[in-house]
Design a binder for this molecule. Structure first.
Ligand code: GUN
Length: 284
């Protein structure tokens, strides 16, 4: 029987700590503001954006919303981001992805000032992460580190295997585990004998985007298993990249879907918003 790593509870803990910190900052005259930009009205994006705005309200961060039509031009979006870069009352800028196909996502990400890049997607943020410098960390991997630490899973010196090499999860996850002195392997679609590699993991992080792909045969007895995937199964229930029923008896700790990694992403976005003003107390 594996211990359940409760992301809902841990994310609530983090948000409550941030709420406290934000209230202290307010007393010193520091108010945080996040600008949230959505282009078009993709329903999934609208849900994410609303949840981000709700989290801001809970913690005491102002959110400023920009809901732009689907046919917004790339130059127009670049101009908006540039004006928010200049706006001293804005601390963080979040452009919800995906953007409509006629807009170059990379160009927009690179337009956001690295000092306001609360998603941690800008190449400067990525560089700082790999160099071990202070900066914004990609939210989902940062949330996974918190899940592991706060549920007592030791990272230092342990074999950490990541399945999936995306820019948003797999790659920054590798940098963060390395910072915590884990021994890190990143696997991907060209990995030979994936099972042989995942079987070595003390900590297995799965971000592959394939429904219930990882079964017990991929997991060493006693491993901690973190599932980043989110899908619907044949009964329309939410499920992950990990076949929970198969893996749970083998693992020592495991994240459920939903209620595992999902809630952590927004908590860490909020942490990045607070990070944007840390150390500024008394300077205003
Ligand atoms: N779309 C899906 N996940 C994310 C995220 O973490 N940040 C942004 N900006 N867009 C997303």
């Amino acid at each position: 029987m594996a211990r359940l790593i409760n992301g809902k509870e841990i994310s609530k803990q983090i948000k409550d700590e941030l709420k406290e910190e934000v209230s202290g900052l307010k007393e010193q005259g520091v108010q945080i503001c996040l600008a949230v930009i959505q282009v078009g009205s993709d329903p999934a994006s609208s849900v994410y954006v609303n949840n981000k705005k709700k989290a801001c309200a809970y913690i005491g961060i102002d959110s400023r919303s920009y809901e732009l039509p689907e046919d917004t031009g790339e130059e127009e979006l670049v101009n908006l981001v540039e004006s928010l870069n200049e706006d001293e009352s804005v601390n963080g800028i979040l452009v919800q992805l995906p953007l409509p196909a006629h807009i170059n996502e990379d160009r927009i990400i690179r337009t956001i000032s690295p000092d306001k890049d609360v998603d941690g997607f800008h190449p400067v943020s990525v560089g700082r992460l790999w160099l071990g410098e202070k900066g914004f960390q990609s939210c989902t991997p940062a949330g996974i580190i918190q899940l592991l630490k706060r549920s007592g899973v030791q990272i230092e010196g342990r074999e950490c295997v990541i399945v999936g090499r995306s820019n948003i999860v797999g790659k920054p996850m590798a940098a963060l585990l390395l910072r915590e002195n884990g021994t890190v392997t990143v696997t991907h679609s060209r990995t030979k004998d994936l099972r042989e590699v995942t079987k070595r993991a003390d900590i297995l992080i799965v971000a592959i985007g394939k429904k219930q792909f990882i079964t017990a045969e991929y997991v060493k007895k006693g491993a901690a298993v973190i599932d980043v995937g989110i899908h619907r199964d044949e009964n329309n229930h939410l499920c992950g990249d990990v076949d929970f029923d198969s893996v749970e008896p083998v693992a020592s700790a495991i994240t459920p879907v939903p209620g595992g990694v999902g809630p952590m992403t927004i908590a860490m976005l909020m942490d990045n918003c607070v990070e944007s003003v840390r150390g500024r107390e008394g300077s205003q």
